[in-house]
Design a protein around this ligand. Structure first.
Ligand code: NAP
Ligand code: GCO
Length: 264
């Protein structure tokens, strides 16, 4: 049974994986035996990532490239292929969010979110997948969101990108599953990271909403998402394709309730 989740001999790239959900994913894949590569755009974050892996006694290959820049991506992936090996597991994790009402949001801001959260997974996957096709083997995990299916005020760019990423995941499946490549998404609910800190900390009222709308009654942890990524990166999911695995404590299953005596 253990061999189902054994990633020994596999090369994994987690984009934007120096902290938060990406770091948790990299550590779990490393503990499962994969040789993990992580990219970011800030040197100091790459340094802290190396320290996190060292603390766990794990090897890590870090490099700096911007996932929205095709030339930078090509250079970075070539570096990985030369120094580590061709990528078997790609986690398109890098992402940004801008919480701005539509009427106040500059089109440039909207486009920047779309570039990082939707176009970049396409750029990186197009560069990585030819070797997966050659090997007739590969795993691609696109970091979607519950915002792939829900909107909410101020996150129009983010939800547009994550909704598109759900459908891009399905279209990648239509074109690449025949090469024994499994392409799936993970849709986290509300996870305690730096990305959600502004709406979670210092008594922010949004925290109350998340706590009541999430049946599990808590924020998710990066490790909750990482465990789902291990499943989708492993042999255990070899017949799972085009699927978005929601890791959300039940929030998508829940319309909501009136808090009170009977919790109706
Ligand atoms: P995070 O802490 O903000 O991490 C995002 C990572 O992406 C950072 O390491 C960031 O690097 C990197 N990044 C941003 N732009 C990049 C670029 N152009 N090139 C390379 N790397 C870039 O966010 P998180 O909460 O861990 O989220 C990780 C993923 O999960 C994102 O796709 C997010 O949308 C998704 N997600 C998060 C939640 C949640 O509740 N936290 C829920 C659903 C989905 P820098 O820090 O150096 O900019
Ligand atoms: C927000 C949050 C969400 C989470 C996540 C939920 O402002 O509503 O940042 O967008 O990041 O995507 O799944």
């Amino acid at each position: 049974m253990k061999e189902l989740f054994d990633l020994t001999g596999k090369v994994a790239l987690v984009t934007g994986g120096t902290h938060g959900i990406g770091l948790a994913i990299g550590l779990v894949l490393g503990k499962a035996g994969a040789r993990v590569c992580v990219n970011d755009i800030q040197d100091e974050k790459l340094q802290t990532c190396r320290e996190s892996f060292k603390k766990e006694g794990l090897e890590i290959y870090t490099l700096k490239f911007n996932v929205t820049d095709e030339k930078d991506v090509d250079k970075g992936i070539s570096q990985i292929e030369k120094n580590v090996g061709s990528i078997d597991i790609l986690v398109n994790n890098a992402g940004i969010i801008k919480r701005i009402p539509i009427l106040e949001m500059a089109v440039a801001d909207y486009k920047q979110v779309i570039d990082v959260d939707l176009v970049a997974p396409l750029i990186v996957s197009k560069r990585v997948v030819p070797k997966m096709i050659e090997k007739r083997n590969g795993k691609i995990i696109n970091m979607c969101s519950m915002m792939s299916v829900y909107g909410r005020n101020t996150v129009s760019a983010y939800a547009s990108a994550k909704g598109g990423l759900k459908l891009l995941t399905q279209n990648m499946t239509c074109e690449w599953a025949k090469y024994n490549i499994q392409i799936n998404g993970i849709g986290p609910g509300y996870i305690a990271t730096s990305q959600t800190a502004p709406i979670r900390e210092n008594g922010h009222p949004f925290n109350d909403l998340v706590m009541t709308r999430t049946p599990a009654g808590r924020w998710g942890e990066p490790e909750d998402v990482a465990n789902a990524a291990l499943f989708l990166a492993s042999k255990a999911s070899d017949f799972v394709n085009g699927h978005i695995l929601y890791v959300d404590g039940g929030i998508l299953a829940n319309f909501g309730y009136v808090k009170g005596e009977n919790d109706i």
